[in-house]
Design a protein around this ligand. Structure first.
Ligand code: UDP
Length: 242
């Protein structure tokens, strides 16, 4: 296998809202937006079919927002889902600036702005090498876009779920607080669930385990890491059966 042969035919990438702004900041910033688009470009040019689930935490997270404003949690969650639509539309523009074909599909109907999420249609776009950006999470409150990423990875039959973070992978402690925290190269679904390791929501891990979708947790801030992961190099932490 040459160095430019991807290991995966179809990937699902999960980008948290924090990927769209500098650390501790709010909203969407041009530099970070273009960086995310550039990292996706590097994967797509390998011929890999790419779906992207975007988070919305750079605008708001339902639970915290509900507390702060005294809003019903479900309403705050719908607001969070709408925040992901903002990121999806910005990412679409950034990818199209790079000459890439994209479609945004939303789990909440926003007919004038984007398509609804339809599994078969999403797969057709992927087969035509269009990047499918999945907005509005699952369309249901009380879950997060991590769960959405796991569900979509399963139903779109992605070969791997690529979970972008701001650290190198999964650690036995918070690496930002504890410099001695140890990075796992590999970890099983059960170890993540039983050890309550901070990877994704437990429900998301459970879905990946049930549907045999491996997860690669990698550092979005290190250029080219996602491309290397897709080429089969060991990067970050791999979560799988064993
Ligand atoms: N959300 C939701 N249902 C979903 C996905 C998201 O209710 O299926 C809401 C929830 O309030 C969440 C917010 O949207 O806090 C933003 O998503 P998330 O926290 O997953 O974004 P990230 O942390 O990845 O930026």
């Amino acid at each position: 296998m040459s160095q430019t042969d991807p290991q995966y035919k179809r990937v699902l990438l999960k980008i948290s809202g924090e990927g769209f702004c500098p650390k501790g900041e709010f909203g969407i910033h041009r530099e970070q937006l273009d960086r995310v688009a550039g990292e996706i470009h590097a994967v797509v040019e390998l011929g890999v079919q790419t779906a992207v689930v975007v988070g919305g935490g750079n605008f708001l997270r339902g639970d915290r927002f509900a507390d702060q404003l005294g809003i019903e949690i479900a309403t705050a969650d719908y607001m969070g889902m709408l925040a992901t639509v903002l990121n999806a539309l910005a990412l679409q523009e950034a990818l199209e600036r790079l000459g890439l074909a994209t479609r945004v599909q939303s789990a909440l109907a926003i007919a004038r702005v984007c398509e609804p999420f339809i599994r078969r249609r999403a797969i057709r776009h992927l087969e035509k090498n269009r990047i499918v950006i999945l907005a509005a999470g699952t369309g249901n409150p009380h879950v997060t876009t991590d769960s959405c990423a796991a569900l979509r990875a399963a139903e779109l039959k992605a070969d791997v779920l690529l979970k972008a973070t701001k650290v190198d992978g999964v650690y036995d402690d918070d690496p930002e607080r504890n410099p001695a925290a140890r990075l796992y190269e590999r970890v099983s679904y059960n170890e993540v669930i039983d050890g309550r390791l901070k990877v994704m929501d437990v429900s998301a891990i459970d879905v990946c385990q049930q549907h045999h979708v491996p997860i690669i947790v990698f550092n979005l801030l290190k250029p080219g890491t996602m491309r290397r992961a897709v080429l089969g190099e060991h990067v970050g932490t791999r979560v799988s059966e064993s």
